[in-house]
Write a protein that binds this ligand. Sequence first.
Ligand code: NDP
Ligand code: OXD
Length: 309
Amino acid sequence: MQILFHAGGIDPAPWIQSFKSTLPQAQLREWREGDDAAADYAVVWKPPAAMLRGRVGLKAIFNLGAGVDAILQLGDALPPTVPLVRIDDAGMADQMAEYVTHAVLGYYRRLDEHAANIRQREWRYIKPNQKQDFSIGIMGLGVLGSRIASALAQFDFPLRGWSRTAKQLPGVESFAGESQLAEFLKGTRLLICVLPLTPHTQDILNRQTLSALAPESYLINVARGAHLVEEDLLALVQSGHIKGATLDVFRQEPLPADHPFWNEPRIVITPHMSAMTLRADSVRQISNKIAAIERGEAVAGVVDLARQY
Ligand code: NDP
Ligand code: OXD
C-alpha cells in the first residue's frame, strides 16, 4: 500500500515514523513536486493543487484537521470521486472545550476587568454577572460544538445552539437554519463560533449579526478567520456593544504586525491553537480508517462535498 504525505509547514519525519508503526505494511513517502507515481491514499494538510490533481486512483484523501476549507479551495484539482475524510475529534473536542470554557468563565466572572484594574493597582469591587442574564449561544453543534455545549452545561448557563439541522442536546435550546438565526442571536450574551467555513458561513460574524446580540456581549471565534468581518468587530468593541472578544483565528495568519487588533486590549488573541491536531491520536484514527476501507467498510468523517463540510 502506497501512502503520500504532505503537511505544509509541518515536519513530516515524525508523522511518517508514526504511520510506519501503525501501518507496518504501508510504504509512506513525502510528496514532492513532480511526483505523480501511483498511490492508494493521501494524508494532507493544505496540499498544493499539483499533489492531488488527476489522482482519481486514490481510495481516500485524509485531511489532517477538522476544517476542510483549505483543501476545498483547490477546486477542480481535487478529484471529486475520491472520498475526503476529515479528522473526527481525535482529542480536539476536549481541547476546544477547555479553551472555550476558560474564556467563558473569565468573561462571566469578569476576570478581564479585574485583571485590568489590578494592573492599575486598583482594589475594586465589580458587580457580578447573573447566570440567568448570561445566555451563551454556540454556532455549530457538530463534533466540537456539542462537546463545548456539554462542558458549559455543567455550569448551568442558559445555552442555545444554532446549526443547519435541529438538534436535541441536554440543556441546549436548538435553533436551526437561516430562518432562526435572528431569534438565536437576540438575547445571546456570549457568542461562540465553531462553524465550518463554507460559502454560507463566510462573513457570518458581521455588523448586523453582532449588533443583534445583547448589549455588552462577548464573542469567541475558534472556527476560521473568514467567518468574522474584522473591521465590524473592531467598531462594535470600540462602541462598547461588544465588551470583549477572544479570537483564535484570523483572516490572515500569522496576524500581521500592524493589525489593529494588537492594540485593542478588549480583544484577546491566540495563535490558532485552541484545538491542535494531536499526532498520536490522529495517526491512530487515520490508520484505523485505512484498515476499515481496506476491509470494504464505511468510515466516519467523510466530507459531503455538496455541503462543503
Ligand atoms: P462539524 O462538521 O462536526 O460540525 C459543523 C456544525 O456546523 C454542524 O452542527 C453543522 O450543522 C453546523 N453548520 C454547518 N453549516 C451551517 C450553516 N450554514 N448554518 C448553520 N449551521 C451550520 O465540524 P467540527 O465541529 O468538527 O469543526 C467545526 C470547525 O471548527 C471546523 O470546520 C474548523 O474550521 C474549526 N476548527 C478550528 C480549530 C482551531 O484550532 N481553531 C481546530 C479544529 C477545527 P448540522 O449539524 O446541522 O450539519
Ligand atoms: C482544524 C484546525 O481545522 O486545526 O483542524 O484548524
